[in-house]
Each structure stands twice: as C-alpha cells, then as structure tokens.
Design a protein around this ligand. Structure first.
Ligand code: NI
Length: 146
C-alpha cells in the first residue's frame, strides 16, 4: 500500500493594527534617524496580511491535511484575537521591549502557530504593505514537527 501523500496547505488571514517603531536602546534623535516617520510618537496603522503554510499527510478518509475550520479557529484564538485592532506596542506583551517591526511580528506569529497540533507549520509570511513582506520558517525546520 502506498504511503499517504504529503502536501502543503496555505491560508490567508488579515488583521489591522497600529505600531510605533521605537527602541529604548537608542536616543530620541537616533530613533528618528533609524525609523523615520514610523517613529512618530502616536503610531500609525497597517492592514496586515498573514499567509500561513502547514504541511501534513492527506488523511485518506477525509482527503484533507487538516480541517480549515480547525486551522482558522487556532489562528483566530492565538493570533487574530490578540492582534486585530490593537496597538502592537501596548497590547501584545512580546512587543513591550521588542520593536514591532514586521520581521518581529512574523517571528511572533510563527512562535504562536507552531503549536498547532493537527499539521506541521512550514512558514509564516506577513505583508505589511503591498511593497513589504517578510517570511519566517523557524530556525530548525525539523523542530517544527508536532
Ligand atoms: Ni509601520
């Protein structure tokens, strides 16, 4: 009998949030020089797009890697509820002392989603604007296996 085929599933989510790029490690002038208008004191918003890729074996009974409803519920509970319509700096504890650049947002989302129990998280891609996107696949891909 053939082994079940391994496939990758991609799903796209959206959230809106504000952030301010600022670090206590730099002076006010240095912050402004490094981050420019993204350092404006009261922050600014983005409509983020998150692409989540998971892989797994196709269940011969259901024909699916994982039920999309299960993935959606996990992303909703572990990411969107905490990030959507929030201030990343103020509302997400991870960004109290880490600059909420999209690089760091991408890593934080990956860390949260790698606990998804029903498939293997392959990568997370975050679009901040139509021009910028960041992708993270973990430091040790074998380590993502549930
Ligand atoms: Ni920004």
């Amino acid at each position: 009998m053939n082994a079940p085929l391994k496939l990758e599933l991609g799903r796209r989510y959206r959230f809106s949030a504000s952030h301010r790029l600022h670090t206590a490690h730099l002076t006010e002038e240095e912050n402004y020089r490094v981050f420019g208008k993204c350092n404006n004191p009261y922050g600014h918003g983005h409509n983020y797009v998150v692409e989540v890729s998971v892989s797994g074996k196709v269940d011969p009974a259901t024909g699916m890697i994982a039920n999309l409803a299960d993935l959606d519920a996990f992303v909703q509970h572990h990411v969107l509820e905490d990030f959507d319509h929030k201030s990343l700096n103020e509302d997400v504890p991870a960004f109290r002392d880490k600059v909420p650049t999209t690089e760091n947002v991408c890593i934080e989302i990956f860390q949260r989603l790698k606990k998804f129990p029903l498939a293997t998280l392959e990568r997370v891609r975050v679009e901040e604007t139509g021009k910028n996107s960041f992708e993270y696949a973990g430091e040790n891909p074998e380590g993502n296996r549930p």
